[in-house]
Design a protein around this ligand. Structure first.
Ligand code: NAP
Length: 276
């Protein structure tokens, strides 16, 4: 088993994920895994970074596929005996003018952004080594969407005692409410992406709390963040930040020094803790 440190970035064949891998290859003292659901796109991205003189490694990972997540888990366990850095970056967003029915957009968006990210965490968080760093890429949109939830929902999402099961029930309820076209009446904002990212931010707060309760002595730091508005296939060419600038905050959180005990369980943008 290798004693080398290891970092994994989900959805890193392009966009912000690729920029995070590039920065980690330059700054992280260990192996860095570029992962992609499609091996062809992943290997092409690895080749691109190799042309820049960097040495990322590759592993397939589709966060919608539990078997794929478990294959990565088993690989990391066997080769490294765990994991030092996990960046949950993979995500999707329907375009504003997409005519796919809203209920379908809700189900598909939640499936990847919330349930896929949660499945990765369920399988990989137990592998995190002491002083590990976990970064869940959420979005500022989670904050604006929270502000447009009913008072009752806001209270639940801001609660310091909400459980993962309760959060999962709420995310499922959103999808079911959209199918019955009652989501707005039930206090939800009209944004599937926004609700999926509320899920990612709240999940991060819950996971950080569980780490405090169960693994306090391991000094693992776990945070949610927003990369900013970044020029990628998701956000388009008018966005204000380059992918490298978008990678800044996730990479800062992934490389928090072993002497740091904060931030932890926070929502961070521009390297600054924001109120939730
Ligand atoms: P992007 O260019 O569209 O890249 C998204 C990446 O996620 C791609 O590599 C994509 O792979 C991957 N992905 C999607 N579904 C996946 C799955 N089921 N399994 C594994 N990988 C999957 O988007 P981006 O702008 O870089 O976004 C990265 C993250 O930042 C997302 O979580 C996004 O919500 C968040 N974010 C972005 C912005 C922004 O302004 N761009 C702002 C706030 C937050 P494929 O190539 O196979 O599709």
């Amino acid at each position: 088993m290798s004693s080398v440190q290891v970092a994994v970035v989900t959805g890193s064949n392009k966009g912000i994920g690729l920029a995070i891998v590039r920065a980690l290859c330059q700054q992280f003292p260990g192996d860095v895994y570029l992962t992609s659901r499609d091996p062809g796109r992943g290997q092409a991205a690895v080749a691109q970074l190799q042309q820049e003189g960097l040495r990322p490694l590759f592993h397939q990972l589709d966060i919608d596929d539990l078997q794929s997540i478990r294959a990565l888990r088993d690989f990391l366990k066997e080769k490294y005996g765990g994991l030092n850095v996990l960046v949950n970056n993979a995500g999707i967003a329907f375009k504003v003018h997409d005519t796919t029915p809203f209920a379908v957009q809700a189900e598909v968006t939640l499936k990847t952004n919330f349930f896929g990210t949660r499945n990765v965490c369920t399988e990989l968080l137990p592998l995190m080594k002491p002083y590990g760093r976990v970064v869940n890429v959420s979005s500022m949109v989670s904050c604006s969407a929270l502000g447009r939830c009913s008072q009752e929902l806001q209270q639940k999402f801001r609660s310091d005692t909400i459980t993962e099961d309760e959060l999962v029930q709420l995310m499922n309820k959103f999808v079911e409410d959209t199918k019955k076209s009652v989501h707005e009446k039930e206090g939800w904002p009209n944004t599937a992406y926004g609700v999926s990212k509320i899920g990612v931010t709240v999940l991060s707060r819950i996971q950080a709390r569980l780490l405090n309760e169960q693994r306090k002595g391991d000094h693992i730091l776990l945070n949610a963040c927003c990369p900013g508005w970044v020029r990628t296939d998701m956000a388009g060419p008018k966005a204000t930040k380059s992918p490298e600038e978008g990678a800044d905050t996730p990479v800062y959180l992934a490389l928090l020094p072993s002497s740091a005990d904060a931030p932890h369980g926070q929502f961070v943008s521009d390297k600054t803790v924001r109120a939730w």
